[in-house]
Design a binder for this molecule. Structure first.
Ligand code: FMN
Length: 364
């Protein structure tokens, strides 16, 4: 039994948001929790030391990146980062553990200290000190501005352009989050016919211009994070998913995808307390079948080249292998760490190294 499992009966009694803050505080201590597994992965110049990462939402403000490095992760997706601070949804409850299902229900919304604070946090962190762990910046539109905007897509583009410029020196890749179920209207943007023209194309063009001005020849992947279901909370139909992702990938308005975010369909099935207008999202074990289905569908739709990160219910090392078998290049977890402890990261990385010795080193 791991030390984490010994403490689990205490941890599970703590309110989840308090337990999360305590975990971040522990990660600020200069302790090495795990030695990283070295199993390098490379995709068009994007490199990480192994294929297992920490999903968005764990370190929303990039406050503990060196601590996450000491967990042995290959990468961390920090954020969702917003242009300005935002307290998240002021509703109660907004986060619960569903212990028997090994799941988390949350409707935090985008709680963010804003991009200036993220820059302050990342400023002193030298890339060299991260030992090959890389930082993906997950960015999203500000819910307050979104609510007031006449054209939410244009407001989203303006926020994302600002975030990409501000975070360029710190990011090894960007992930656009239009898939959180906890910000009203966000998921419908993803299915808009204007998404590519108004948001994704200007964004990738600005990113490439900024990289050219930087003059280092560095190219950062731009990824889009997908929900496990459509805007009507139905599991993705193949054609609907194809309509969202194929027009993005074929003309290269985006380099790849992260699949998936939390499920509000599962929230309406598993949780009785939240109101219908903001049901929240489920992560963890119950999400895995849907996450694997979407990863497999995405890989079939986009072919072998795009970068694909699998996420959702990776609770044990065999799940990491299942994601890779379904077509993911990389995997990431949040809820698995809550139930399994921080050792899950290296256990999954070791399983991948041992079961799939041929890391993808060829250029896409
Ligand atoms: C408490 C909590 C907060 C989250 N916050 C974010 C977020 O800010 N941005 C985002 O893209 N995903 C967020 N997520 C979703 C995770 O990144 C991930 O997609 C999801 O939890 C499924 O993975 P898991 O089952 O391994 O947790 C959050 C998840 C949880 C549980």
């Amino acid at each position: 039994m791991s030390t984490y499992q010994v403490f689990w009966p205490i941890i599970r009694c703590l309110p989840p948001e308090f337990a999360h803050k305590a975990a971040l505080a522990l990660l600020r201590l200069p302790l090495r929790w795990n030695d990283a597994v070295l199993d390098p992965f490379e995709w068009n110049g994007f490199r990480c030391r192994n294929r297992v990462g920490i999903a968005a939402g764990f370190d929303k403000n990039a406050a503990v990146v060196p601590g996450v490095e000491r967990l042995g992760a290959g990468f961390v997706e920090v954020g969702t980062i917003l242009v300005e601070p935002w307290p998240g949804n002021q509703v109660s409850p907004r986060m619960r553990r569903l212990v028997t299902q090994r799941a988390i229900w949350n409707r935090l919304g985008f709680t963010s200290d804003g991009v200036l604070q993220v820059k302050r946090n990342l400023g002193p962190v030298s890339r060299h000190s991260l030992g090959g762990m890389v930082v993906l910046c997950n960015i999203g539109p500000h819910p307050g501005r979104l609510r007031q905007a006449g054209d939410p897509l244009a407001a989203t583009r303006d926020d994302l352009l600002q975030l990409v410029e501000a975070l360029l020196p710190f990011a090894d890749a960007f992930v656009v989050n239009l898939s959180s179920p906890n910000t009203r209207g966000l998921r419908s943007l993803l299915q808009s016919d204007r998404l590519n023209d108004v948001v994704m194309r200007p964004l990738v063009e600005r990113l490439r211009q900024a990289e050219a001005a930087e003059g280092q020849g560095r190219r950062r992947p731009l990824l889009l994070k997908l929900p496990p279901e459509d805007a009507d909370r139905r599991p993705w139909a193949r054609d609907d998913l194809a309509r969202v992702i194929c027009p993005l990938i074929e003309p290269s308005w985006c380099d790849g995808l992260v699949a998936v975010n939390t499920s509000s369909r599962l929230a309406t099935e598993l949780v009785s307390f939240p109101p219908a207008d903001l049901p929240g999202g489920i992560s963890g074990e119950p999400l895995r079948p849907e996450a694997l289905r979407v990863v497999s569908l995405v890989r079939k739709l986009v072919g072998p080249k795009p970068l694909l990160i699998g996420c959702g219910g990776m609770m044990q090392p065999s799940d990491a292998i299942s994601f890779l078998d379904a077509g993911a290049d990389l995997v990431e977890t949040y809820t698995g760490m809550v139930y399994g402890g921080p050792g899950l990261i290296v256990e999954c990385a070791r399983a991948i190294r041992d079961h799939r010795p041929r890391a993808r080193l060829e250029p896409a």
